[in-house]
Design a protein around this ligand. Sequence first.
Ligand code: HEM
Length: 590
Amino acid sequence: MVLATIVSSYSVPLVLVALCWLVNSFIRYVKSQHRVFALLDIPGPQPSFLFGNALEFGKMFPLDLYTAWSKKYGSIFGYYEGLQPSVVVTCPELAHEILVKKFKNFSSRPNHAPFLWEREERSLQNSNGLLWKHQRQAVTGGMSGRCIREMFPVVQSITDDLLDEIERAMLASPQGFRVDELMERFSVKVITEATLGYQSNAFSDEENVILRYMQAAHDSASAENLATGLARLFPSLTNVLKPLDQKHKYWARILSKVATNFVHLTQANSHACCPVMRSLFAHSSPYPDIFATMSKGEQVVDEKPQFSSAESSDDTHRKGKEEQVSPQEDMNEMMIHPEVKRPEVFQASESLHSKITKTESSHRREPVKSATSAISGQGSNSPVFNEQDIVDQVMGLLAAGLGPLAVAMTFVIYCLAVHEDEQERVCREINDIILNTDTVSLEELKRMKGLERFIFESMRMFPVAPGVSRECVEDCVISGHKFIRGMVVRVMSGVMYRQEENFVEFQKFNPDRFKQDYKKHAWMPFGHGPRKCVADRLATMVFKLCTVRILQRFQVCRTTSTQIPLQLALRPFLVPRDGVNIKFVLKGKE
Ligand code: HEM
């Protein structure tokens, strides 16, 4: 009775005290999370309470902000997205150390988007550990030089269709039209037909499923999407926010059904299908689906990792003389040794922070379960894909490839229109090398070094993927900088392209810079190391072929609506913010 009276008369102050204690603990917790870089002696902008440095991205274009920070804090600095620390690297040598030499310590890539549906998490760009290794092996098998040669006539025929589409669009809008929209359709055709062997009607069908999926997935991952932004800032809210991502979910479901049907039908005739699918089927087997039992964070690991070549199982992988793998590529392949269990995606900096404060000694994880035991004696290096694993890869290739290919080609066309003298130079080279003006061979394309330099310079000026991310999976020290397990590291190639020490007079559009030596490891349009883009050769071939064919038939011109300078946005990669308006004039009719 007495106690109840005391409690009731003191209840308000007690609640107040408890509240103060909670608020105080929360503030201390947030502040401690924001001390990570101070403890690691990594410079960077001062974080503001709770949001870290995230609000600054609203004031300045991200690539400009990273460039400004790099100028101020140097080639390695740290910032906080909410409570999560990210280390940014803008030094080519350090980038090479992280992406190539110390790949073992940085083999994981954090998910590029917070909301993933329909097994998107299991596609090549999002997977890690042994699962990634097997997937990479299978997809790479379908992207060799020999396979690109096989895809060439298919891309040629799609490019011919593209020229007809351009003529049609010109008739409808003689003053110019949105070339970025046409390139999206072209990109769908190239990836579905050349790499997967799936016939698409992307040029004619407004409601093309793959196109709609691509647009929905990009909107979902865009830095301009509020739900995505909040989920990136406060990852613990991801599941609460995920229901807002309905459009992406809807199209991912439909695409997954289409892809499942396609894989099922193709399987019956797998020997006759295109190289990537053939390679994926060559890696499938009736063995139990070991991957189905591996959820994120519990991937099994090879005790003695070996990168076994798929050559013996599929003759598409046998390398012809003309496509001998370069020592660099060989090295990349041999380095695919993800030996460590993938950590939970940076459970903020809690563990990191306590580790730094508690111990300076490096940390080694316990060896984890071997793949051999997981597949009950089937051999740890047996790649085992079932039908769903193949569907995952089909969806993954679409998700990873459609956007970058379309946007990069749009930037190339924009640069042709804006730099007329360079366009003329490329045309001269085409005329010098090609005898038949209505076609081009792979050999002729290979000889077009001026064209290649033009494309590289477009990609430098407009880096579709201005950075690549890795997650540190094992503590290490590189050039005196300490990296702790769980840290997200962003190698910002887009910033390196704007540094005078790497690219002299970097503001100038100058394809000839690629004639001379530019700073080693500063040029990585497709990423770098064992996790670099799996389709770089295909993309380069498509750019060259497409540019040549366009220039054989048209003059590419700017219009009054062509923006100079071009306004950019990150959705989720670099895109022209308002599209690109271009006029094509039939040659001979200027
Ligand atoms: C201009 C076109 C393209 C550009 C600029 C580009 C760029 C990139 C970059 C920067 C990465 C990350 C590399 C890294 O983390 O080091 C990447 C990864 C990837 N790209 Fe591309 N890409 C292009 C086209 C394509 C196409 C056409 C496809 C598929 C057909 C594709 C499939 C992939 C995949 C699957 C990955 C993940 C590789 C892995 O994690 O092992 N890309 N790409």
